[in-house]
Design a protein around this ligand. Structure first.
Ligand code: ACO
Length: 326
């Protein structure tokens, strides 16, 4: 028996910083409100000529470097995003071309903020197959282009970035132990972009200004998220026959510090068993978990042999968690 594990991980955020004070000049908000309600202090914003695939490329190069492999060694690219470069073709394919992964298949998946959690499970299953050696699992988002900069209830929450992992077969008992994922499509309109798909195209005469942007019922998401985070952690541990007391580190979706505190409280785990970087980047949606995992590893917060749980929740509604031995 062999396992599948992450042998390389990397992240990238654009250099341009937008602080809460900068936002005070754009919408009717305050640093105090944003910090108290979310814990976010600043976020990164892509330059106009930078797309989601560019962020993905930078993160993937770092992950491949750590894994000591070349672009042509990659057999598959799975890219989780809800802010693609274009509705069609896939951002994974555009990324493949920019990276020069000439031997790879490439496709996107969209489970919004829980996208990378789902992508890791798909990548794990493919890597276990003998036809695949190296799989890139990327989460990349450019929410600065899909939020409505006139809507203070959402634009203050998000930022841009990407995280990437290289999966390979590893010694049995190491690597990814299992995944638990779930959806509730009855909540599809709790977080949405109403227009731009086929239901209401941007050229439709039924299209109303503002509907091309991200919209969210924040209170409904809060109520969902504070239960979804502990539920996913508990269920993935049950699936892999591990106990909460054995967990060394929880890497949560960096949506909101207060949600993470509430989730950790429900799990009865101390905050020192989690990793937080949302104060620097805001919510980077499907990129937030791989960015946080990458930074936790590079800062030495995760050591070889640690039991790590990655967990996310968001649009779909979709949520889930992966358990792994680092
Ligand atoms: N600055 C100042 N005031 C604001 C702002 C702002 N940026 N945004 C809203 N307000 C005001 C509202 O208008 C409201 O004013 P009122 O009382 O006069 O009507 C007041 O603040 C309270 O608004 P609420 O929406 O009730 O605030 P709440 O306590 O629910 O906090 C928040 C809002 C932070 C968004 C919270 O609901 C939350 O975190 N929800 C979860 C969101 C989330 O995690 N999404 C992630 C999943 S989606 C994804 O990741 C893609």
């Amino acid at each position: 028996m062999v396992g599948v594990g992450i042998v390389g991980i990397g992240s990238y955020v654009p250099p341009k910083i937008m602080t809460n004070e900068d936002l005070e000049n754009i919408v009717d908000t305050s640093n105090k409100w944003i910090v108290e309600k979310t814990g976010i202090i600043e976020r990164r914003i892509s330059e106009p000529d930078v797309c989601t695939s560019d962020l993905a490329v930078f993160a993937a190069i770092k992950a491949m470097k750590m894994a000591k492999i070349k672009p042509e060694d990659i057999d598959m690219i799975i890219l989780a995003t809800s802010s693609p470069d274009v509705p069609l073709s896939s951002t994974a394919g555009i990324t493949q071309n920019k990276l020069g992964c000439i031997n790879a298949s490439a496709f996107d998946i969209n489970a919004v903020c829980a996208g990378w959690i789902h992508a890791l499970e798909i990548g794990t299953k493919f890597t276990a197959d003998n036809n695949y050696e190296n799989i890139l699992v990327i989460g990349a988002e450019t929410y600065s282009r899909i939020v409505n900069w006139k809507d203070r209830s959402t634009c203050v929450l998000f930022g841009d970035g990407a995280g990437a992992a290289v999966l390979q077969k590893v010694e049995d008992g190491k690597g990814i132990l299992g995944t638990w994922i779930k959806s509730d499509g009855s909540g599809a309109n709790v977080i949405q972009i109403p227009a731009g798909g086929v239901r209401k195209s941007l050229s439709s005469d039924r299209f109303v200004e503002g509907e091309q942007y991200f919209q969210m019922n924040g209170r409904a998401v809060w109520d969902f998220a504070i239960d979804a985070m502990p539920e996913a952690v508990i269920n993935v541990l049950k699936r892999v026959n591990r106990d909460l007391s054995e967990v060394d580190m929880i890497i949560p979706h960096q949506a909101n510090l207060n949600i993470i505190k509430e989730g950790m409280k429900k799990l009865n785990l101390p905050m020192k068993k989690t990793f937080i970087n949302l104060q620097k980047y805001g919510n980077t949606a499907g990129a937030s978990v791989p960015i946080a995992l990458s930074e936790a590893v590079s800062e030495g917060k995760i050591k070889s042999g640690d039991l790590v749980v990655t967990v996310a929740f968001g649009g779909g509604l979709a949520w889930g968690a992966n358990a792994m031995i680092w």
